[in-house]
Design a binder for this molecule. Structure first.
Ligand code: FE2
Length: 181
């Protein structure tokens, strides 16, 4: 390293000290809240970006971040998704309404599926597990604003970040959900 750039890197050190360890400075806990796995998880779902088409179309997009600083994207994470079909049933013999989605180099992910109906007294929900090297597996569920069943079961304890507001643009329904692991 040339002397000039070495000196320059030294002058940057305090900046990194201030902003490089936000865990010590940021008190908010951004970690995505866990939720019950439920009885219908099945391992081995295939990689896909369209989980299901038979039903009311819904696209979910977001970014996966490290909860240690609430800011660093997690590339190449896997989201293992499962939900009921348009009739409220889970496929326990195959992989209908089940799929794996990967985050890209910027930690971003996107998948198309259906807006799952409620079944029993449960609100509409999508189950997911997030796995990434060096992180503890996260199992949780997302819910949707305005659902009359949100006060039932696990959902009543859901943090607002897990209760998505669905936006409709040009007939398309879209939910934004960032995940912190
Ligand atoms: Fe479920």
């Amino acid at each position: 390293m040339k002397r000039k750039s070495f000196v320059a890197s030294l002058t940057l050190l305090p900046v990194f000290k201030l902003f490089g360890t936000p865990g010590a400075l940021v008190s908010r806990d951004c970690r995505t809240q866990r939720d019950a796995e439920g009885p219908y998880y099945k391992a081995g779902a295939p990689l896909k970006t369209t989980i299901e088409t038979e039903g009311e179309a819904l696209t979910i997009t977001g970014t996966i971040f490290q909860s240690s600083d609430c800011a660093t994207p997690v590339a190449n994470a896997t989201i293992d998704i499962w939900h009921c079909d348009s009739r409220g049933n889970y496929d326990n013999s195959g992989f209908k309404c089940r799929g794996l989605v990967k985050s890209d180099r910027q930690g971003k992910y996107s998948f198309k599926t259906i807006f799952p109906p409620s079944y029993g007294s449960r609100p509409r929900h999508i189950h997911f597990k997030v796995r990434a090297d060096g992180f503890k597996e996260l199992t949780s569920q997302i819910y949707f604003k305005g659902d009359p069943n949100l006060q039932n079961d696990f959902a009543k304890n859901a943090e607002s970040s897990r209760v998505l507001a669905i936006k409709k643009t040009e007939g398309e329904q879209h939910g934004q959900f960032d995940i912190y692991i």
